[in-house]
Design a protein. Structure first.
Length: 464
């Protein structure tokens, strides 16, 4: 099977990263929620009265709100370093650090005055929030040292309502259980205790509550350590160890080289050209129409209207469809490469540096004026590079390579486009155009991208 005929993965999902940055391996769609037991205390009304609910949708929304509030309360205590006049000024990241302490245990967070809304929440959900915030913060600091950028911030109200809950207490008995209802449906069950002082009047005898999440399944759910629920997308992700979903063929190619480009998304050393799916002309016209319509729906007078929100939702749906189409192509294509080859050689491209905006050129005769710096052309090239998703293709190859015993090698991309794959001659004039390569030393003619892929493969095979 050639790379141009990808294998169908069906509902398989080997290793993906969700919007929280946590590695997951199985994602399912939520069908409905069910709540039973003692009414859940969700806080105080504007008039100061206690509020309870048995509505499962409101219970899930309460869990997501508590997760975001506790996460931001913990994040407010992180140190912020600001440099003013060459002097470093340190201080807490948020203003809430002066009103709430930094919690290290779920019990302390629940018993603190002002956190009564956390009374009914499971301890493993609070513990997962504290652990996730801590891990995310220090991982962000480590990433900042190498890749730059800002430190992790707060979770906005506009962010998708999400919560994470651990599946067990470190014992053999799981806290979150999953049962198969029928061939296409399963149920996730977990619950908790209702504190005596916070039970609804008339329900003092109900000491427990239980939440059931019905999901649609397409494959057996493997043992998991935690779940991630996204209430906006109505999905649940099971965090578990990825496993092999395909048998490795006995006969595999020795190796293949990949050359990333804009005209051809990927050029293979065997002469194959692959292109990532892009938006059709109809989809482009549709998006331009929605963009113009959105710009006419002004927000200066009364804020966002229902019609503007509807238009924005239609644009988001169109963008999401294109994103899913590209991700599907990447998953199927990278699986083919990993299963058909023992070694995959790629360019070690610095995509972040390649997509930076050009520096401004100050006019010497006018201190407040600027000379043309090719910003328009560079922005178009940046959009083309980002839409090709080179980084995701490379990361998926490396992740699947570890799973299917396929070695991945990165080589220096310098001079690969002007080096002859036959004689090794290097000359800038070898590249006659974007697609034509003609060696001035030996006269070898080939497609420029194919020649570069062969050179990349040779560098990797010699290095390996």
């Amino acid at each position: 099977m050639t790379a141009s005929q990808p294998r169908s993965l069906g509902g398989d999902c080997i290793t993906v990263k969700n919007e929280e940055g946590i590695t997951t391996s199985q994602k399912v769609v939520v069908l409905k929620y069910e709540y039973a037991g003692s009414p859940m205390f969700v806080g105080f009304s504007p008039s100061g009265n206690k509020t309870w609910t048995c509505n499962p949708e409101k219970v899930i929304a309460h869990f997501c709100d508590c997760w975001r509030r506790l996460h931001n309360s913990q994040r407010a205590h992180r140190e912020r370093r600001i440099y003013r006049a060459g002097e470093r000024i340190s201080g807490p990241l948020g203003a809430r650090a002066s009103t709430t302490p930094f919690f290290t245990a779920a019990g302390a967070a629940r018993s603190h005055p002002g956190n009564e809304y956390l009374m009914f929440l499971p301890s493993l959900l609070l513990k997962a929030c504290i652990r996730h915030e801590d891990t995310e913060w220090f991982a962000g600091l480590k990433r900042k040292k190498t890749a730059g950028g800002a430190v992790p911030g707060f979770i906005s109200k506009s962010h998708d309502p999400v919560f994470i809950c651990l599946a067990n207490r470190g014992t053999h008995e799981p806290y979150i259980t999953f049962e198969v209802v029928n061939r296409r449906k399963g149920v996730i069950t977990f619950g908790g205790d209702a504190p005596k002082d916070w039970r609804k009047p008339g329900h003092e005898g109900e000491r427990k509550w239980r939440l059931r999440i019905f999901v649609r399944i397409s494959e057996p759910i493997r043992p998991f350590t935690s779940i991630i629920l996204n209430n906006h997308k109505r999905t649940v992700s099971f965090v578990n160890k990825p496993v092999k979903r395909r048998n490795v063929p006995k006969r595999r190619n020795d190796g293949i080289g990949l050359d990333f480009g804009v005209r051809n998304t990927v050029a293979l050393s065997d002469g194959t050209f692959l292109h990532i799916p892009m938006a059709t002309e109809r989809e482009k016209r549709r998006r331009r129409f929605l963009q113009k319509k959105l710009s006419r729906q002004d927000t200066r007078r009364r804020g966002c209207s229902h019609r503007r929100n509807t238009t924005h939702a239609k644009m988001a749906k169109l963008d999401r469809r294109l994103k899913q189409r590209k991700n599907d192509w990447i998953e199927k294509t990278t699986t083919d490469w990993v299963l058909d080859n023992r070694i995959i050689v790629m360019e070690d491209l610095r995509i972040r540096d390649m997509t930076r905006r050009p520096k401004p050129r100050i006019a010497p005769h006018a201190p407040l004026g600027y000379l043309p710096n090719g910003k328009g052309r560079k922005s178009g090239l940046n959009r083309s590079i980002q839409s090709s998703k080179w980084g995701m293709i490379r990361s998926r190859i490396e992740q699947k390579g570890e799973l299917y015993d396929c070695r991945t090698i990165r080589v220096d991309p310098r001079h690969t486009s002007i080096t002859c794959s036959v004689c090794g001659g290097r000359d800038v004039k070898n590249r006659r155009s974007q697609s034509i390569f003609e060696c001035r030393n030996c006269g070898y003619k080939a497609n420029a991208d194919t020649n570069a892929a062969i050179v990349i493969r040779g560098l990797g095979m010699r290095a390996g």
